[in-house]
Unconditional design. Structure first.
Length: 133
């Protein structure tokens, strides 16, 4: 079950006719993400398996999962923004049950990411799903 924020993204993607527009939208979403403080860009928060530099900083407060993230690549920053919409605000016990691959398939992104980007996305999803209360 997707969050309202993710459903808004899926609805926007339905209106964007071509992949250049969709990619531009993903990049714009990444640009709109709040910056991650450099103090969090450390080996412990870095996601291995990504072609670009990626950091994810999860937080669980009162049983609710949130995370902040950043990348040095524009498209990856957009993918982080989509993951943020998909997972942020969920009860922590629901995080592992989200089928992120299926949700990205709804957006058609699985077919339009390079193998390296797909591997990086998988690594980000695994990192998010590994968070425990």
């Amino acid at each position: 079950m997707a969050t309202t924020a993710f459903e808004d993204i899926a609805e926007t993607f339905e209106f964007l006719d071509d992949w250049e527009d969709r990619y531009a939208h993903v990049i714009d979403m990444g640009r709109e993400m709040p910056p991650l403080d450099d103090a969090f860009k450390v080996p412990a928060t870095k996601v291995d398996g990504c072609a670009s530099q990626v950091w994810l900083v999860p937080t669980i407060k009162d049983g609710v999962f949130t995370f902040h993230g950043a990348s040095d690549a524009m498209i990856v920053s957009g993918l982080i923004a989509i993951l943020h919409a998909l997972y942020n605000g969920l009860p922590v016990e629901e995080v592992a049950g989200v089928d992120a691959r299926a949700e990205f398939e709804r957006l058609g992104l699985n077919d339009h990411l390079s193998a390296q980007r797909s591997n990086g996305l998988r690594a980000m999803i695994e990192r998010i799903r590994s968070v425990r209360a």
